[in-house]
Design a protein around this ligand. Structure first.
Ligand code: PXP
Length: 236
């Protein structure tokens, strides 16, 4: 079964809307684990719009599964990442004005900078993933940069309402990544209705899903929302 890493950023988004103490992403991370998540993902943004530094510390202490931290390449963010104790890091591009991550890293254009960041984080014994578009040159550059894993950006596929052409790009990218010895993850824009065609792409081992689970949790509760996604992944 494809592993599920639940992104709890938007639990913090709701809390930060009031600068309150609830809802607490740590509580929901624990709930996700009980409901079958294999890991927890958070994106610590430079503007701290959702997850805060203290959340990261508390998550590290509280959760028993894999803690995956998404961060940009900015020097202060890499410094926070180094101190975080996360099990894995996913390097992502970040622009202050964006509503969510808009595209993959341009590894081809920033080879040296990215390779340096990968080495720096790997020294901690952590797994380093590069978030990339399903583009064969980017996949090759990710392997050249020494990454252990790529997360293939599924946002354009989700926005295209699951076009066959976009899925074919993801299939080719996953295949090439696997041939290059990279572990393959995927994420962005995945929901209960569209997740299966991505979970069934050969070599995709893990999905990072946030918004759709938090949105469903508002209706059903977090435990059921996560359990339903786990069940979709188990029984496509
Ligand atoms: N993967 C990455 C790299 C992301 O930046 C995000 C959004 O934070 C996700 C996965 C999860 O996307 P979504 O919230 O659309 O499920």
């Amino acid at each position: 079964m494809t592993r599920l890493s639940v992104n709890v950023d938007h639990v913090a988004t709701l809390r930060q809307a009031r600068r309150a103490t609830v809802p607490d992403p740590v509580e929901f991370a624990l709930e996700s684990e009980r409901a079958g998540a294999a890991g927890i993902t958070v994106h610590l943004r430079a503007d701290r719009r959702h997850i805060q530094d203290d959340d990261l510390k508390r998550l590290r202490r509280a959760i028993g599964t894999q803690l995956n931290l998404e961060v940009s390449l900015a020097a202060p963010m890499l410094a926070v990442a180094e101190r975080s104790g996360a099990d894995s890091f996913c390097l992502v591009p970040e622009h202050r004005q964006e509503i969510t991550t808009e595209g993959g890293l341009d590894v081809c254009a920033e080879r040296l900078r990215i390779a340096r960041a990968v080495r720096r984080l790997q020294k901690l014994g952590a797994t380093v993933t590069l978030f990339v578009d399903p583009d064969l040159d980017q996949i090759q550059a990710a392997a050249d940069a020494g990454a252990h894993c790529v997360e293939i950006h599924t946002g354009p596929w989700a926005n295209s309402r699951a076009s066959t052409r976009e899925r074919a790009r993801i299939l080719r990218a996953a295949q090439r990544a696997h041939e290059l010895g990279l572990e393959v993850h995927a994420g962005h824009g995945l929901d209960y209705a569209n997740v299966h065609p991505i979970a069934s792409v050969p070599h995709v081992e893990e999905l990072a899903i946030g918004h759709s689970i938090v949105a469903r949790a508002v209706l059903l509760g977090f435990d059921r929302a996560v359990a339903e996604m786990v069940s979709v992944l188990r029984n496509p």
